[in-house]
Design a protein around this ligand. Sequence first.
Ligand code: SF4
Length: 146
Amino acid sequence: MRLLRSTDLALRLLMRLAVTEGATPTTREVAADMDVPYTHAAKVVAELQHQGLLDARRGRGGGLTLTEKGRTASVGAVVRSFEGTGDVVECEGDNPCPLNSACRLRGALRRAQEAFYATLDPLTIGDMVTAPTGPLLLQIGRGPGA
Ligand code: SF4
């Protein structure tokens, strides 16, 4: 399975905020730290804010902060929310596969996908920033807002 770029960015962004708790970097600063386009980071921030995983305040003294829900969020839940739970192979659509109605492979792939998510479910964002990742993220995240 290959994750969407936005899924990886969401996880990295939450980890970045988890390791600099107390700081309020702006979306622009976080995007620069992570070397991603501002517009892409802004879309991910909006979705994470919608899910209640971070607070985003505008203006002077504003910036991004991780919520308690974000710190304790399950990595699996974040991945599911960005990836969705659709099939990993397109079996239907405009040109449906002829095996669609009786395909053992489809069920096996579904179970494999669920096993992938289930492995990530017990892990939290907080777990992901223990050493050695957290200290490295701190070095990277010492921008003006950190
Ligand atoms: S072979 Fe099975 S899994 Fe593959 S596209 Fe067809 S129905 Fe889906």
